[in-house]
Design a protein around this ligand. Sequence first.
Ligand code: APR
Ligand code: PHB
Length: 390
Amino acid sequence: MRTQVAIIGAGPAGLLLGQLLHLYGIETVILERKDPDYVLARIRAGLLEQGTVNLMEEVGVAARLHREGLVHDGIELAFGGARHRIDMKKATGGKTVTIYGQTEVTRDLMDARAAAGLTTVYEADEVTPRDFDTDHPRVSYRKDGVTHEIACDFIAGCDGFHGISRESVPASAIQTFDRIYPFGWLGILSETPPVSPELIYSRHERGFALCTMRSTHRSRYYLQCSLDDHVDNWSDDRFWDELKRRLDQEAVDNLVIGPSIEKSIAPLRSFVAEPMRFGRMFLAGDAAHIVPPTGAKGLNLAASDVHFLSQALREFYGEKSSAGIDAYSAKALARVWKAERFSWWMTSMLHLFPDTDDFTARIQLAELNYLVTSQAATTSLSENYTGLPY
Ligand code: APR
Ligand code: PHB
């Protein structure tokens, strides 16, 4: 088999890249090791920057997103027993975010790819990028016991943090930056109305809490927990009781509790691999970087990566210019590191760390008080949260 761009991974990065390249008349094949149901079953954050919404519109996959997505003009910060609204739309001159589950983004992109008759090989085993340091890269894989090979012009490693693409790069050719946080997030999904119309980020002496949602009838809550905690230690009742301890009274009064339909603990990590290009192979999305979920940047960084990469490949095929692909890594990393900084900053400000002593606690509270009383600070948070320009 031959194609122009072989994409490894059918998560948001791989699927969105496939649709963008299809729009530009560039052939792709996607190789995914899991089956579609497995990919869709992953519970992930669901907050889209305007840039991500624009890309979904560009590939003609935004109808349901506009029908079912919730547009939010602001967020609330809770600390010291009170809540403070950050009017991001006002601070940024009109920018908003949209609540729409990553599962739904993935489903819409999957449906669009299938409708366009584009090739996605699910349950592809032993996917291996080869010869990407030559002008004739290829990708091999096994399916139903048969080994196949795809010759291509380029390989896009969109296979996430645990994928094969980054692992295939010689250690001497890549530099990684890693920060593992000393706590996790215990998340719960419940078929209950959200406690508040917008998200509430709560800094509390007992630990961080986040009130978010998937729709007007499905809520998502997170509690900071210790890394050696286990989800079996948390009955629904214990979760709701602890959440109430970390919220302001108005939120406690408005909280509607119910049975969990999903409950899990996720670790928090900051990670970046440099560069994001190795000859004829590019990394995009979680394959190249991870952010703690505090800033809701994971999906949105995958989107901006594939925006830059699709434009670069469009230039290569359309104008026979390599300028875009030569500039891809530096351009993507410039935005990645700004999102890494913002996600690290939000995480550092809102969570209790093992070394959070009285001084550190006062610094966190001073940071939060400055945020909600200074227009400059409010604007800075808002322009990062709604998404820095591409
Ligand atoms: N071969 C083929 N496919 C693979 C391989 C492999 N060796 N390894 C991983 N994959 C697939 C995974 O099964 C997954 O479907 O690659 C896909 C990677 O998807 P994601 O992990 O969702 O990464 P990405 O598309 O970059 O999306 C980033 O997902 O993890 C969240 O918080 C993250 O919201 C962000 C988004
Ligand atoms: C979510 O809806 O899961 C979510 C929203 C915002 C975040 C993290 C997670 O910062």
